[in-house]
Design a protein around this ligand. Structure first.
Ligand SMILES: Cc1cc2nc3c(=O)[nH]c(=O)nc-3n(C[C@H](O)[C@H](O)[C@H](O)COP(=O)(O)OP(=O)(O)OC[C@H]3O[C@@H](n4cnc5c(N)ncnc54)[C@H](O)[C@@H]3O)c2cc1C
Length: 456
């Protein structure tokens, strides 16, 4: 099989032995050599199709590698598997300012997409901490969310067209630039959020929006979760559609996130909840004045206890570095375990308090750090543990996940299922839903070679 791959793709696109071992399966475990039979580096869709045809014929399990930033074990491999890495498919093929679209190969890094859009005064709004490494194909496959979902939606809402290759090498081209297309099933949606189990995304048409001309931001301190909800509604109503982010950070997490000199605390450590808000609009002076007025009346009416607005570009960078640099928390943990659950907004306060207290009373847990995208009903826990035992991992999962089922929540708001959450999928989805997903997987990948053991 390796000889076939080498002869049809060219030997430089098929890495083996030492070249494989110099690679890794996640950006946080670069010291651990990659386990794989080979790594294939396609340069275009045809290469991906050839590679999959050969792997399919040999029933060869394949793991797809993008930017390797997922947080669910989605890119882990075993020695008998072949990796297909999209890193060489990194071309931005076209930017169409009139249709407000960008057509890209799937290995383009998210930050490069941001820059290219900016150059033509447009914005690709999807953004999160790992934007400097995550590739658009991985982002699509994870249906990533991030920091501006409240205004612009998740990945699913920002993709107009997709080209993907099925397990047997068939190319499915749905690369249209149009917004409305009801000509039967919307097949591109199958590849968004399916974590590489149904096909390999090779190209995509991204939806861009007009670049905002103004950006305002502020940190707000509160002690009552019900007031956080009221403040969200108040701010959204008063911001004339410009509210783009409403992030919540619990006191203990805020402490941890503001320990370094460049991330000193914008507000004192006196409050239970810290909210970081952002608006994106078209007139800096007016938008800043509106935010200040809203904050002042919220203070007067005792809706909030404290607030500090960003007054300059450097304040904006400082405020957002605190929230985006989640690595500060992971790095402080002896062993870390991450969660990204979602649930109805009114239930977040009590669920988070109960869960953090229960976790911190467990033997083997040092701390629980809570924060998240509150306006999307999505919170994160990072659990600092004394050891990485399987038993402790499962015991922690049992505290976090089961209560979500009754509340109509989800075990994954945005990171996906991967390997880590397979056992808990049934808490978010009905048996009939999972059965239909399995049948779709069997139909699209009948030999079961793509990302085996991920999701199911
Ligand atoms: C610091 C940090 C902050 C983060 N913040 C957020 C956040 O706020 N919101 C959020 O949603 N996520 C967040 N993430 C996780 C986020 O989901 C991933 O960073 C990103 O979406 C995955 O892109 P990637 O290119 O790294 O994909 P990878 O990690 O390489 O792969 C992700 C999955 O997709 C598959 N895959 C990769 N490329 C393709 C392809 N071309 N075709 C088919 N399958 C493919 C892989 O097999 C794997 O199952 C964060 C991660 C980090 C490290």
């Amino acid at each position: 099989m390796l000889n076939e791959l080498r002869s049809q793709l060219g030997p430089e696109k098929v890495l083996t032995d030492q070249d494989v071992q110099e690679r890794y399966s996640h950006i946080w475990t670069m010291d651990q050599p990659l386990q794989a039979k080979a790594v294939i580096l396609p340069q275009n869709t045809n290469d991906v199709s050839i590679a999959l045809k050969i792997c399919h014929a040999h029933q060869q399990p394949v793991v797809v590698h993008g930017g390797l930033t997922n947080l669910v074990g989605g890119t882990k491999t075993q020695g008998h598997e072949v990796v297909i890495s999209l890193e060489k498919m990194n071309q931005i093929e076209e930017i169409d300012p009139q249709s407000r679209t960008m057509t890209v190969q799937s290995g383009v890094i998210l930050e490069n997409i941001h820059q290219a859009a900016e150059e033509v005064d447009l914005l690709f709004p999807l953004s999160f901490g790992a934007k400097g490494s995550a590739q658009i194909g991985g982002v699509i496959s994870a249906n990533a969310g991030g920091l501006r979902v409240f205004k612009y939606g998740v990945t699913r809402q920002l993709i107009l067209g997709i080209e993907a290759v099925l397990a047997d090498g068939t190319v499915i081209n749905s690369l249209k630039k149009i917004i409305k297309d009801n000509s039967a099933y919307d097949l591109k949606q199958l590849f968004i959020g399916s974590e590489g189990t149904l096909g390999i995304v090779t190209r995509a048409v991204l939806k861009l929006v007009e670049a905002p001309k103004s950006r305002t931001s502020a940190y707000i301190g509160l002690n009552d979760y019900n007031k956080v909800i009221s403040f969200l509604k108040y701010l959204d109503k008063g911001s004339a559609g410009t509210l783009s982010a409403f992030e919540i950070i619990w006191n203990k997490t805020y402490h941890k996130m503001t320990t370094a000199a460049e991330t000193s605390p914008p507000l004192p450590y006196d409050y239970q909840y810290y909210v970081l808000v952002e608006t994106l609009g078209q007139d800096q002076e007016k938008d800043q004045a509106r935010l200040l007025n809203l904050l002042e009346s919220a203070l007067e009416n005792e809706l909030i206890l404290d607030a500090v607005p960003a007054q300059s570009e450097s304040d904006l960078a400082w405020f957002w570095k605190i929230r985006e640099d989640v690595r500060v928390i992971s790095a402080s943990c002896t062993f870390d375990q991450h969660f990204d659950v979602s649930l109805p907004i009114p239930l977040i306060g009590s669920y988070a308090a109960k869960t953090a207290a229960a976790l911190e009373s467990m033997e083997g847990v040092n701390h629980c750090y809570t924060f998240g995208h509150m306006a999307d009903g999505n919170i994160h826990f990072v659990v600092d543990k004394t050891n990485d035992s399987h038993e402790l991992r499962i015991a922690i999962n049992q505290v976090v996940y089961p209560p979500l089922q009754k509340m109509g929540g989800s075990v994954s708001a945005e990171h996906g299922i991967g390997e880590h959450k397979k056992a808990y999928l049934k808490l978010s989805r009905t048996e009939a839903e999972i059965d239909l997903m399995r049948r779709m997987k069997e139909m699209m990948d009948p030999k079961g070679i793509l990302n085996v053991g991920k999701v199911f």
